[in-house]
Design a protein around this ligand. Structure first.
Ligand SMILES: O=C(O)CCC(=O)C(=O)O
Ligand SMILES: [Fe+2]
Length: 356
């Protein structure tokens, strides 16, 4: 990663110094994470208390981030017919569209989205990658490579901040995880007090990197029962997977998006998950242990949980206890997410017309 980049506009702390938020999202210098124990401590504190931080010195030039925003803005400006060429299919996530609709009375988020699998490259579905603007594909390709570097540095640092082997989160499941970019477009809304751009939720990823609109704020994070504004920067938040893998020490924050009556807003989220299906499979872990002649997969970096529960401490041999604990955390998160999902603003009857 290019560590020599100066603080950019996107990474400029003063950007949000004047914001009215009661507390401030911590700022982390990504270029120091490999060398500075102090920065690592700051990271640990940030993700333990907020689950989110503003990334500075992350190695992506401000001018390039502007290009990423620009391709999104140009795409959403296209005519409805042009955008429809990339329409998501009913049971697929990739493509242009908005919320999946599960019931007639479902309240939709006040947003349009373009969702694209970006990595690994062979999983890209190019039929959904716009050809207009012409440089869309090239910029998104480059952006995903740059994000991959930040993802790796961050996951390694998160592991090291817990005194774990730095690859333990990254290598938990191999390298086949799919990363997706979601371009979020929030049109102006005449009733901003009645609807939300995105309902309260937590991300299911390991981490999410969010490039926000430089002009219009809207993202809020729930901290100690209060909604706190998140600055217009490149922010990184912990998702449910890291919350689970850290046995709840790192927080996957609940967040939501407000809409603006006059101004549109555009953001780009890149969701970076680790593959989770195999994670809780006791038989699979035992099988691998038999093959490798080990007990307690932690020596092989297979299952490393550092929970507060005594039985789950790293280094103990209570595999089943650890797995049970993970199921519990996972279950709680699933329930919380369901509650969050219904937590729409009261009495909202306004629906966006899906075919604008
Ligand atoms: O657009 C934003 O500010 C946040 C979007 C978000 O939370 C998401 O896409 O999961
Ligand atoms: Fe989110």
């Amino acid at each position: 990663m290019n560590h020599s980049v100066k603080k950019t506009e996107y990474g400029n702390v003063t950007n949000y110094a004047g914001a009215s938020s009661p507390a401030k999202i911590p700022v982390i210098d990504v270029s120091l994470l490999t060398s500075s124990p102090l920065e690592l401590d700051k990271l640990k504190s940030a993700v333990t208390t907020w689950g989110c931080f503003q990334a500075v010195n992350h190695g992506i030039e401000s001018s390039f981030l502007e290009k990423v925003c620009e391709i999104g803005e140009l795409f959403f400006k296209l005519s409805a017919d042009e955008k429809k060429k990339y329409l998501r299919e009913e049971n697929d996530v990739d493509g242009y569209g908005n919320d999946m609709v599960f019931s007639d009375d479902q309240i939709l988020d006040w947003a349009d989205r373009l969702y694209l699998t970006v990595l690994p490259k062979d999983q890209r579905k190019f039929q959904f990658w716009p050809q207009n603007p012409t440089h869309f594909r090239e910029i998104l390709d480059e952006y995903s490579s740059k994000i991959e570097l930040i993802y790796q540095v961050t996951l390694k640092a998160l592991a090291r901040s817990l005194n774990l082997d730095e690859d333990c989160f990254l290598n938990q499941y191999g390298t086949t995880e799919k990363k997706s970019a979601r371009f979020n477009y929030y049109p102006p809304c005449p009733w901003p007090e009645k609807v939300l751009g995105v309902k309260p939720h937590a991300d299911s990823s390991a981490i999410t990197l969010l490039l926000q609109d430089k002009e219009v704020e809207g993202l809020q994070l729930l901290k100690d029962g209060q909604w706190v504004g998140v600055p217009d920067a490149l922010t990184i938040n912990v998702g449910d997977q890291i919350e689970i893998m850290s046995n709840g020490m790192f927080k996957s924050p609940v967040h939501r998006v407000l809409v603006n009556s006059k101004k549109k807003r555009m953001t780009v989220a890149v969701f970076c998950p680790v593959q989770s299906n195999k994670h809780f499979d006791v038989e699979e872990i035992r099988g691998r242990e038999r093959e490798e002649g080990t007990r307690g997969g932690e020596e092989k970096g297979m299952v490393i949980f550092v929970g507060t529960d005594e039985k789950c401490e790293k280094g103990t041999r209570g595999e089943e206890a650890r797995i049970k604990r993970c199921f519990q955390v996972r279950f709680q998160i699933a329930i919380q997410r369901r509650i969050r999902g219904t937590n729409q603003r009261e009495n909202t009857t306004i629906q966006r017309n899906r075919e604008r």
